[in-house]
Ligand binder design. Structure first.
Ligand code: GLV
Ligand code: MG
Length: 308
């Protein structure tokens, strides 16, 4: 069975209709690439894009990257053909299908069953292909717990801020930035936390969506820093210039990684026979115990995954 916790600090969006951008994406240092059949593809371009995506996945060159295809949402007429064409054509070279604008657990169950049918028909390993569920409107957020547990294939819950802002009539046109007039906190805090709780409760990854001002790297860092600080696993990138900042912000800082490793070493020592089998001890001026160890394990795992 696939490892559902793949590195996803940076998830690069690539229009499935652009051969040029697909070719460029292969050489970029993003942890994940998703080839898009949804909003980045015009309706008339979608049939051709399905073929371009199948060929691009089968040609390879994606080593070290999680390979994902975003299909159209289930209120459209395109979804089933997207899934059947892409998975029949390139299911052996694909890690996950991303389903946008998920509103109910039934929609995830539909995708799970359809994937199983295709896997059986094609002789692929049943259950290997994962599902990424995008939460992009109020209905999806209200149903997020059921969505997160709707299939063992679920690997990530993704916040889709642009569609979400439109769906709740938020008074801002700049995705991720605070709406004018709301000066008492972060207007996204509840949504981000709600998604994070649903993801963590069922042990899947939480991913933040896009920042559309692609030339504003300071804005990208500010907005990305918020979800990274809460504990999100990664964020979308729309432009190569956002990738390095994204990878850095979703990796621990070197001093935090070193500190986490020191806590783990100290904990091992004071809970051992030689260290007196104690439950808590001091590391410099800091008291550390079992909870400190758990926090250190999170930082250490993220650091090791980032090659620190
Ligand atoms: C992404 O799909 C978004 O709507 O933000
Ligand atoms: Mg969207």
């Amino acid at each position: 069975m696939a490892d559902r916790r793949r590195p996803r600090r940076s998830c690069l969006a690539v229009p499935g209709s652009s051969q040029k951008m697909i070719d460029k994406a292969r050489g970029l240092p993003a942890d994940q690439v998703f080839l898009d059949l949804e909003d980045a593809c015009a309706p008339l371009a979608k049939p051709g894009a399905r073929k371009t995506i199948v060929a691009a996945l089968n040609e390879g060159g994606w080593e070290g990257k999680t390979r994902v295809v975003r299909v159209n949402d289930l209120t459209t007429e395109w979804t089933y053909r997207d899934v059947v064409e892409v998975v029949e054509g390139a299911g052996a070279n694909l890690d996950c299908i991303m389903l946008p604008k998920v509103q109910t657990a039934d929609q995830v169950a539909w995708l799970d069953l359809t994937l199983t049918q295709i896997e059986k028909t094609m002789g692929y390993e049943v259950g290997r292909i994962g599902i990424e569920a995008q939460i992009e409107n109020a209905k999806g957020l209200v149903e997020v717990d059921a969505i997160a547990t709707a299939s063992p294939r679920i690997e990530t819950i993704i916040f889709g801020p642009a569609d979400f802002m439109a769906s709740i009539n938020m008074k801002s046109l700049v995705v991720g930035e605070q709406p004018t007039g709301y000066d008492v906190g972060d207007a996204y805090h509840y949504i981000l936390m709600r998604i994070l709780m649903a993801a963590r409760a069922t042990d899947v990854q939480a991913i933040d969506g896009p920042y559309l001002q692609i030339r504003d790297l300071d804005g990208f860092r500010r907005v990305t820093g918020r979800s990274a600080a809460l504990g999100y696993d990664g964020k979308w990138v729309l432009h190569p210039g956002q990738i390095d900042a994204c990878n850095e912000l979703f990796s621990p800082r070197q001093q935090d990684y070193d500190h986490a490793e020191n806590i783990l070493d100290a904990y091992d020592w004071f809970t051992s026979e030689a260290g007196g089998k104690r439950g808590a001890a001091m590391l410099g001026d800091e008291m550390i115990d079992e909870a400190s160890r758990k926090m250190a394990l999170v930082v250490s795992a993220k650091g090791r995954a980032a090659g620190m």
